[in-house]
Design a protein around this ligand. Structure first.
Ligand SMILES: [Zn+2]
Ligand SMILES: [Zn+2]
Length: 345
């Protein structure tokens, strides 16, 4: 197979033809071939499309993935990782990092991939890259957990629900990291360790998630979540000197705050989050940039699972809005007691 053919199809977004060429030539070496102008490799062009599947297909039968992922001929020294940042595709960035992309390399204008991400307004991606660690951790769940950029207890409980036994069994690794890593990673690991313990000690896993989602007034503040975060921070305050200052700040935040919350503060400190639209988070797990939204009350959720978890309170909001016929502008007030009772149902 000639890389010129492949390149031609790639440029025209004829991905089916690209896949067919790759299938017919499993031992291809086209990834590092240059385009006709000699500006970028075929692999870099594939990254540039932002299409993760085509990137995976090119690397499918290649043993030295890491080498190809870090290879560049770009005159300004842009690496494939830097190009992936510019596409805005978080999964593509994660895939390259998981397969050995060097995040420390700088281009000729002295910018790393994370700096480029921040510079171009891809703040979530900047945080993903900066939150990576170079140390190899033997448990894949813990390895992933320490690089999370959403630190809401409900998110962690939901994401690791079906692997939680493994997470608990390996939680000691978080304490090991807390002992060996500099701030803020040590503090993040201590916090995560306490979150894992708190979820594990909760009498009912699902109820724990539901309680975290409780909103008591129309601003959308989440007092249960606040209390859980504060408790987790308090438990480890003596193990890390930087913690004390953080704890002071978090303690001074109102549990009814909607902006500048405890969650925002720790994500800013531990995960290098600079800008995050709080109003676009999932109302259940608090994952950023949740795509789905109730057309009536504007409750946001990631998927059907998150929608179901929040239904016990969501239906109250929705019903009340329909009765008042106020439209979707404001979330009505519901008492904490009423919600606690709803949870008992
Ligand atoms: Zn969610
Ligand atoms: Zn609704």
């Amino acid at each position: 197979m000639s890389s010129a053919d492949f390149f031609k199809f790639l440029r025209k977004s004829e991905y089916e033809k690209c896949y067919r060429l790759l299938e017919e030539n499993p031992d291809n070496t086209i990834a590092t071939d240059a385009d006709p102008q000699g500006e970028m490799t075929v692999f870099m062009h594939a990254i540039h499309t932002g299409n993760l599947e085509i990137v995976k297909a090119i690397l499918a039968n290649i043993k030295n993935k890491k080498e190809i992922i870090n290879y560049t001929i770009h005159e300004s020294g842009y690496t494939p990782l830097m190009m992936s940042v510019l596409t805005g595709n978080e999964d593509l960035v994660r895939y390259l990092l998981d397969n050995g992309a060097d995040r420390h390399v700088k281009n000729k204008i002295d910018k790393s991939a994370a700096e480029l991400a921040a510079f171009t307004g891809h703040n979530e991606i900047a945080a993903i890259i900066t939150s990576r660690i170079d140390k190899v951790i033997s448990c894949p769940f813990i390895s992933e957990l320490v690089t999370e950029t959403c630190l809401a207890p409900a998110y962690i409980a939901l994401k690791y629900k079906y692997a939680f036994e493994q997470v608990v069994k390996n939680a000691g690794k978080l304490l090991d990291l807390a002992g060996s890593e500099p701030y803020p990673l040590n503090a993040k690991c201590l916090y995560l360790y306490q979150v894992v313990q708190t979820i594990n000690e909760a009498p009912d896993y699902d109820k724990f998630i539901k309680q975290q989602t409780i909103i008591v007034d129309k601003s959308g503040s989440k007092p249960v979540q606040y209390q859980t975060i504060l408790k987790c921070l308090q438990k480890v305050k003596d193990r890390c000197p930087e913690y004390r200052e953080l704890l002071q700040t978090v303690s001074s935040i109102s549990k009814f705050a909607y902006h500048g919350t405890a969650l925002q503060k720790i994500e800013e400190d531990f995960c290098f989050i600079k800008v995050r639209k709080q109003s676009e988070r999932c109302d259940t797990c608090f994952k950023p940039e949740a795509k789905k939204c109730c057309c009536r009350c504007k409750t946001r959720y990631c998927d059907i699972r998150c929608q179901e978890y929040a239904w016990f309170r969501h239906r109250k909001f929705c019903k009340q809005i329909a009765e008042d016929d106020q439209g979707p502008k404001e979330k009505p007030q519901i008492s904490m007691e009423e919600l606690q009772n709803a949870l008992k149902e």
